[in-house]
Design a protein around this ligand. Structure first.
Ligand code: F6R
Length: 611
């Protein structure tokens, strides 16, 4: 939450910073701001506006600054309402030092109290502003030292970039818990919350670790630890993502583009992981295999859409790898003193690799001695770096706030990991593995077929888009699909949507059913198909409006439904990978018809870096 970008070099800073914010806006869009150092008189030029980046851009329209050094921020509000005053960057009393921040300063009130007594004047209600005044308080001619002292007093988690008109040739960076990546250029350097803001300029990056400072100059980067002050030699990594992957590529928004990227994501995931008729993970060596062979139980821990992937993963692991599996949302896992032991495997699933609760859950699992495996999309993210083992999903950058292609990549990775583990644990035969993988190879084509049928969703979306209440029902592998379909719809259309295990209908939710209630039934062929047909009959008997996801060739569900969307016939385990795609498209259509902002739904941010 909140996106930060900093630039120092030879280019004009303002366009670089604005372009960076465009890439980071998915991290929050309550306000945006920028500050640049004026090269002629070394004063600070500050502009900030409430609302999306577009507001700031219109204020800056026609402004041309010679400045080649600046920092910028896009905000997801935590302390203090979304407003111009609360927007970052924040400045000290004399307007000589400015700072952008991602995170939360937990002890800001006591520090603010102290600073007020010393005569500092505050212009916002944010926790962030105290940090810049604290630097001012300690400043006696050396910004880095003042910054170090200030950070030493702060509790919480943060990523900061600071600049000062008194030291115009430097940017000062610090990271604890929240992400910060340094872009290594030629005669220029960058700092940002994630690589998408940097890749138009350089693919060489350094990932800062917790409690590391960086001082960026045009031609140098000096990194040191907070404790020792000693310079640290860091590895420069090469980012593989292309610039085009982070652009809309002719689609009206990122969400639709990312939905349509799913066949490619499936193709690439399978190509990377299947070698000589076997599942292969480049990051799992023989030590990992020895570890995984012996595990007693699996815990899957994640949030939101990634949690739904975990629920599907549980069915997969239990059915084929025969390992008891428990799935928990990260925010619960971390506080319930989970009964995790050294014999257990804790799998953390996350697109961003920066979700605060999932990071905390990972640390809890490690503290209890469990083996931890992260299934992560963003390379080099905190969770990827801290887990014992990592499997990357390689879905490419996901910019739309509603997760789509990352979910498909998570499900595919789970399906592959299941067979990998099942082979290690010898719970499946060679013949079974061959037919399972043969069928998996058909998934990219099956996803393309589904996308070609998008128009089938137009009539139900047109009829239902004004509805404010939706029910989603599924069983087995498609119970999590019902949860995910409901989540997609509510987050981007703001209609209430609830996912249920269809067998639970008679235990309460059936009371909701009347002739105005839309029910989305996920009913592909499966071992519970007949049960689903009975559930749909019960709903239809009470006159609900029914849209069903069926298998090609289905007749029973079709007869009962107002509309059907057929998916290609595949085993039940893979049906969950296919059936969610029409639900993503359905949510998308309802959102567009209601004129919602599909990519940036209200109150949300792509990466939830606060608890
Ligand atoms: C919903 C969505 C969120 C995320 C959740 C976890 O579309 O995107 O529910 O799935 O915030 O985020 P990650 O996967 O980054 O840990």
């Amino acid at each position: 939450m909140c996106g930060i970008v900093g630039y120092i070099g030879a280019r004009k800073a303002l366009p670089v910073l604005i372009q960076g914010l465009e890439q980071l806006e998915y991290r929050g869009y309550d306000s945006a701001g920028v500050v640049c150092i004026n090269p002629t008189n070394h004063s600070l030029f500050l502009a900030k506006e409430k609302g999306k980046l577009g507001q700031l851009k219109s204020v800056l329209n026609g402004v041309s600054l010679a400045s080649t050094t600046g920092i910028a921020h896009t905000r997801w509000a935590t302390h203090g309402a979304p407003s111009k005053a609360n927007a970052h960057p924040h400045e000290d009393c004399k307007r000589r030092i400015a700072l952008v921040h991602n995170g939360i300063i937990e002890n800001y009130q006591e520090i603010k109290h102290k600073l007020l007594k010393k005569g500092h004047r505050f212009r916002s209600e944010t926790d962030t502003e105290i940090a810049v005044h604290l630097i001012e308080e300690y400043y006696d001619g050396d910004v880095e030292q003042a910054f170090r002292k200030a950070v030493g007093e702060l509790k919480g988690y943060f990523a900061f970039v600071v600049l000062s008109a008194d030291e115009p040739g430097k940017l000062f960076v610090f990271k604890r818990s929240n992400p910060m990546v340094i872009g290594v250029g030629n005669g220029e350097n960058f700092a940002a919350s994630d690589v998408t803001a940097i890749i138009p300029y350089t693919r060489k990056v350094i990932y800062l670790e917790d409690d590391e400072f960086a001082v960026l100059e045009r031609d140098s980067i000096t990194i040191s630890s907070r404790a020792s002050h000693k310079p640290i030699r860091k590895t420069i990594s090469e980012v593989k993502w292309s610039v085009d992957e982070a652009k809309k590529g002719g689609f009206p928004n990122f969400m639709l583009k990312e939905i349509y990227e799913q066949p490619r994501v499936a193709e690439e995931t399978l190509a990377k992981r299947l070698k000589n008729g076997k599942v292969w993970f480049d990051t799992l060596d023989s030590k990992a295999e020895a570890h995984l062979k012996k595990i007693r139980k699996v815990f899957v821990v994640s949030c939101g859409t990634a949690y739904h992937a975990g629920l599907v993963g549980r069915y997969m692991l239990e059915e084929y790898a025969k390992v008891p599996t428990e799935v928990q949302v990260s925010s619960e896992f971390r506080y319930v003193d989970p009964l995790v032991t050294k014999e257990d495997l804790v799998i953390l699933i996350t697109q961003s690799g920066e979700t605060a609760d999932t990071i905390a859950a990972l640390r809890e699992a490690r503290a209890k001695g469990a083996c931890t495996l992260a299934i992560v999309n963003v390379v080099g993210s905190t969770i990827a770096r801290e887990a014992d083992y990592v499997i990357y999903t390689h879905a490419g950058p996901e910019i739309g706030v509603a997760s789509t292609k990352a979910y498909i990549a998570q499900l595919l990775t789970f399906a592959l990991f299941t067979i990998y583990l099942a082979c290690l644990r010898k719970t499946v035969s060679a013949g079974f593995v061959a037919s399972y993988l043969k069928e998996m190879r058909k998934l990219p084509k099956a996803i393309t077929t589904i996308l070609h049928r998008e128009k089938l969703l137009e009539p139900p979306a047109k009829t239902l888009f004004k509805n404010k209440n939706f029910l989603f029902l599924g069983r087995g592998y498609n119970f999590p699909t019902a949860l995910e379909g409901a989540l997609k719809l509510k987050e981007i259309s703001y209609a209430h949507a609830h996912g249920y295990a269809a067998g639970e209908m008679k235990h309460g939710p059936i009371a909701l059913i009347d002739s105005t209630q839309p029910v989305i039934c996920i009913a592909p062929f499966s071992k519970t198909y007949e049960k689903m047909v009975s559930n749909i009959q019960e709903i239809k008997a009470r006159k609900a409006i029914v849209l069903s996801i069926t298998t090609e060739g289905d007749k029973s569900v079709k007869q009962l439904s107002d509309w059907v969307f057929p998916i290609p016939k595949m085993s039940e385990i893979f049906s969950s990978i296919l059936s969610v795609i029409p639900l993503q498209l359905f949510a998308y259509k309802i959102s567009v018809k209601n004129h919602r902002d599909v990519d940036q739904p209200r109150n949300l941010a792509k990466s939830v870096t606060v608890e």
